[in-house]
Design a protein around this ligand. Structure first.
Ligand code: ZN
Length: 330
């Protein structure tokens, strides 16, 4: 029994007959409102469905009204209730309750659409780089990794950086992808110049890097393309220049100001348009012309200045963003 069902039954004429097929019949309250003479032959019919829905049908003037769970409270149903003598405040209460229930269902549907991520293993024999004890003899491969980290201003306590001695991985800095504390993917960045592919990545659709780091104390979430850039500013990474619907859902769920920092290339300018479409902020700080992403900026200006410049350049006006983009992308 639904609140709609209950209310309709409360206000129908009390003289009713039940038919074997489940219809209640009574004198229809609708006819003289629709230019017909009033019904005296019990031609109004109402049937209740097990899910709480109701259908009203008048076999005299042809007026119909119905409601099903999940549907809106219709104008016709309101009329029917008014004609049966239900007070307006009761009708409004029912309509409001229907609206609230529907919103609840929508919220649940939204949660059901959120992507889920399976736990995955890191590359064979991967060890946390921070676990390598001082004084241990370090292989030349691991040495190159440490050198790379130093040159890119990456610190051992940024995140759990990994390294694997196995062939194919030993010249890569491995960054685990966490989601709710579990490893659900990873990327291995080559530290050897010009080595192809630059990144070996295992990622699941809809994944956003760095969500676990966006705690309650943060007012905004910086969103960039690459994971290493995200690490520098404790932000999130899309893993590319596109934002899927699932990614936008995960980011919107943070309920923070989202500040997109595009890379300074053609793909980045498309990302700007997508961010505007999503109603997010975009930041294109006043960096030197040869600085093309957060990593470059950190190398030149340091992390603190980079973070500060991103926060102060954030803008949510589409007009101002597009104006700024003209300079930023040339
Ligand atoms: Zn009627």
């Amino acid at each position: 029994m639904s609140v709609v069902n209950e209310t309709v039954l409360t206000y129908l004429p009390s003289k009713r007959k039940q038919t074997p097929s489940g219809w209640l019949s009574f004198n229809a309250p609708c006819c003289h409102h629709n230019g017909h003479s009033a019904d005296t032959r019990g031609r109004g019919g109402l049937i209740s469905n097990p899910d709480g829905g109701v259908s009203y049908h008048c076999f005299n003037c042809g007026f119909k009204a119905s409601w099903q769970p999940g549907r809106n409270f219709s104008h016709k149903l309101r009329k029917l209730l008014q004609w049966t003598g239900a007070p307006d405040d009761i009708i409004n209460k029912v309509a409001l309750e229907v609206m609230r229930e529907n919103e609840g269902v929508e919220a649940k549907t939204l949660i059901a659409q959120l992507p889920t991520f399976n736990t995955v293993p890191l590359p064979d024999d991967a060890i946390p780089i921070a676990s390598v004890v001082d004084g241990t003899e370090i292989s030349e491969h691991l040495y190159k990794i440490l050198e790379y980290m130093a040159s890119r201003n990456l610190n051992l306590d940024d995140t759990d950086y990994y390294w694997s001695p196995s062939l194919g991985y030993r010249d890569r800095l491995i960054i685990p992808f966490y989601y709710e504390g579990r490893v659900v993917g990873w990327t291995g960045r080559s530290v050897v110049p010009d080595k192809k592919p630059k990144y070996l990545t295992e990622v699941q659709p809809g994944y956003v890097y760095g969500l676990d780091e966006q705690g309650y104390n943060k007012v905004f979430a910086i969103v960039c393309e690459g994971q290493l850039d995200a690490i520098h500013v404790e932000g999130c990474a899309l893993g590319g220049s596109e934002i899927s619907d699932q990614q936008s859902m995960l980011l919107n769920r943070l309920q923070k100001q989202i500040i997109v920092v595009p890379d300074r290339d053609k793909a980045g300018s498309k990302l700007v348009e997508r961010a505007i479409e999503l109603g997010w902020s975009v930041s294109m700080p006043d960096w030197a012309d040869d600085i093309t992403d957060i990593g470059d900026s950190v190398q030149r200006y340091g992390r603190l200045y980079t973070l500060h410049s991103i926060a102060t350049a954030a803008n949510d006006s589409p007009l101002k963003i597009r104006l700024r983009a003209k300079k930023w992308f040339t």
